[in-house]
Design a protein around this ligand. Structure first.
Ligand SMILES: [Cu+2]
Length: 645
């Protein structure tokens, strides 16, 4: 079973040995100058090496186009949208410097795009019409403990009045009944009316459940003496009569603690042809680090994130309708940590792998499972190993998507934990009682692994770091191809650039992969100098593009409906073994819930290749796809874009 990897290793060793022997025969001072690094360069550029291991190349944009890319999405034009917003840089944020680029990976051209607001840490997903839905972002940067001067925190405003909601304007003052201290709100808040609760059996009125509004409040003056130590009940100033009786606040301690990032409600569709952001209806909740996932009916579910007061959104999820371009709350609530890995299953339910990007309590919404959004039923999927290390893990729907096997790769402990997992875990959701079983391990515990599906059904897994945000110089310069049919990793050429937090990877229509971002906390092994954002792009050309020829593909229809067929032209039609529709990636924080590779049935006749798109709308979500054909050698064509309406 280890044959393939073993053979590769032997081949690599053989190439290395041959060169060393040749050099040893020459002797002389030249040999000494020819150091390890040069030898490495020589080795990795040999045709045999590239054909076995692929090749990595760094792409550096001209200086004025460089940015801290946090988000990347492949557009149906074949160009890549690269979004930084303020790019995790407080100076950019203060200067309102928000960046977006569009890069053409074939021509190498790059263009700036005006960015309407701070889209740093937004959520995104591909829409059926080829636009990219983008929702959420940054309202305010975090403030670390010693930088916070005014005591503050969350005030939960209660409304006991069942007859009407109440709105409190920004600047509303709350005074503690016990502590006598006054705090001021930063934003307006709408508090819904109370709900009357009746006994189900007798119909008898039991009580009013107050409506709740959540608002950030702050002391009027700086200093520790304005902080509180414990929970208190607060009267709302400026109210009179029934409003004064019905409305009050409750806050836990209001102190000089760290303040987290705060989210925004803004939503846009990015038009890939006009290359512009188009503003649509904002979300109901502000979100920083939300996940957007396409549902069975083509609407988009938005989940989690930090809200406009820097608290995790407490289970209030909402749905975007691309027809009306409006958001509606789901009927029931369910809370997840930020950037949860949520995928549409073939039965229309949502699979949550447990992977996430790291905010939220460690005991809420951390267990993987299958979620029926409509009934809110959640069925756990057991068997996850290193279950307490799912932050910053990657999740991939293994190809082909029909098999419905998900792989969860690496991950780390909650928060800034040093712990990381070298495991991969695979869940077969087609099984009667789905459970996770371990797949092959990585060499090291790995947070932030990048993972991309390739047209030949392999998955490239690379990069990441052992410690939180690459601390102690722990970036991992390794890459592997995972082969689902043998359940094995095959080590390939090492990446040139370390990539940890704020990184990701994307399959390009020509079969290459692009990698972006990385945000090391420190620049040195001793963790004393601040790190610098990695602005370089890297391209990996897989081994399959170092063969003599690749299948051609052209001439098909641009649109194929589910359940329908289309005929393409390829001189290699007779040798085609696989046809795949691959949904373009939209990736951030090594989270990409869009990418999936769907197998198509096909028939060859001469140079004609007729392919059929599966019927299931949950398997083949409406949208634009890259169609690749792969021959018996495992060499893919370039993709043709196909729209499934
Ligand atoms: Cu982040």
């Amino acid at each position: 079973m280890k044959d393939r990897a073993g053979r590769r290793r032997a081949r690599r060793f053989a190439i290395g040995t041959a060169v060393v022997v040749a050099l040893a025969g020459m002797n002389g001072p030249w040999l000494y100058r020819f150091g390890t690094e040069k030898y490495h360069q020589y080795k990795i550029n040999q045709p045999e090496y590239k054909a076995a291991n692929g090749k990595w190349e760094i792409v550096e944009f001209p200086e004025e186009y460089r940015q801290n890319t946090i988000h990347a999405a492949l557009l149906r034009t074949g160009k890549v949208l690269l979004v930084a917003g303020s790019g995790n840089n407080q100076d950019n944020f203060d200067a309102k410097q928000y960046d977006t680029r569009i890069w053409d990976p074939v021509k190498g051209t790059i263009k700036k795009v005006p960015t309407p607001t701070d889209l740093f840490c937004t959520g995104h997903t591909q829409l059926a019409n080829g636009n990219l839905l983008i929702a959420g972002g940054t309202k305010r940067y975090e403030k670390l403990k010693g930088d916070v001067t005014k005591a503050g925190g969350l005030m939960v405003v209660h409304n006991e009045n069942p007859d009407k909601p109440i709105t409190l304007p920004a600047g509303t003052r709350f005074t503690g009944k016990e502590n006598g201290k006054t705090f001021v709100s930063k934003d307006p808040v709408l508090v819904p009316r109370a709900e009357k609760v009746f006994d189900k059996a007798t119909g008898k009125f039991l009580r009013n459940d107050p409506g709740l509004g959540r608002i950030y409040v702050e002391a009027e003056k700086s200093g520790q003496k304005y902080a509180t130590g414990t929970q208190d009940n607060y009267t709302v100033q400026g109210l009179s009569g029934a409003d004064a009786r019905n409305t009050y606040g409750i806050a836990e301690k209001l102190a000089l603690d760290k303040k987290d990032f705060q989210g925004i409600r803004d939503t846009f569709e990015f038009d890939p042809v006009a290359e512009k952001y188009i503003k649509v209806d904002p979300m109901h909740e502000a979100r920083w680090y939300p996940t957007l996932t396409t549902l069975s009916d083509g609407k988009i579910l938005s989940v989690s994130g930090l809200d406009d007061i820097g608290q995790i959104v407490p289970g209030k999820n909402e749905i975007y309708d691309p027809k009306t371009k409006e958001w509606t709350y789901t009927e029931q609530e369910r809370q997840f940590p930020t950037y949860p890995a949520l995928f549409l299953m073939q039965n229309g339910k949502i699979f949550y792998s447990g992977a996430n990007a790291g905010y939220g309590p460690d005991d809420v919404g951390r267990d993987p499972g299958i979620w029926d959004v409509e009934t809110n039923k959640f069925t756990e999927v057991p068997g996850m190993s290193d279950a307490d290390m799912l932050e910053t893990a990657n999740t991939v729907l293994l190809p082909p998507a029909q098999d419905e096997k998900y792989m969860v790769i690496g991950g780390g402990g909650v928060g800034e934990s040093k712990l990381s997992s070298e495991k991969t875990r695979i869940a077969d959701l087609k099984a009667d009682d789905p459970k996770f079983v371990d797949g092959p391990s990585l060499e090291k515990g790995t947070r932030y692994p990048q993972a991309s599906v390739l047209p030949d059904d392999s998955v490239l897994v690379s990069g990441g770091s052992e410690d939180y945000r690459g601390r102690s110089d722990s970036n991992i310069l390794q890459a592997r191809l995972y082969h689902p049919e043998t359940n094995e990793f095959e080590r390939v050429a090492d990446p040139l650039v370390g990539r940890n937090y704020h990184s990701g990877s994307i399959l390009l229509p020509d079969g290459r992969l692009m990698f972006f971002g990385s945000d090391s906390l420190y620049a040195d092994k001793a963790n004393t100098k601040p790190g610098k954002f990695e602005q370089r792009i890297e391209i990996y050309t897989p081994p399959y593009l170092y063969r003599d020829s690749r299948p051609d593909l052209s001439g098909g229809p641009q649109t194929i409906e589910r359940g329908e067929s289309g005929t393409f032209t390829s001189r290699a039609a007779g040798s085609v073994e696989k046809v795949r529709l691959i949904r373009p990636s939209a990736s951030t924080h090594v989270t990409d819930v869009d990418q999936r590779s769907i197998a198509l049935d096909f028939k060859a006749d001469g140079d004609q290749l007729t392919v059929t798109v599966p019927d299931n709308k949950n398997l083949v979500q409406s949208g634009w796809y890259m169609m690749f054909v792969t021959d018996g050698e495992g060499t893919p064509s370039k993709a043709e874009w196909v729209h499934v309406p």
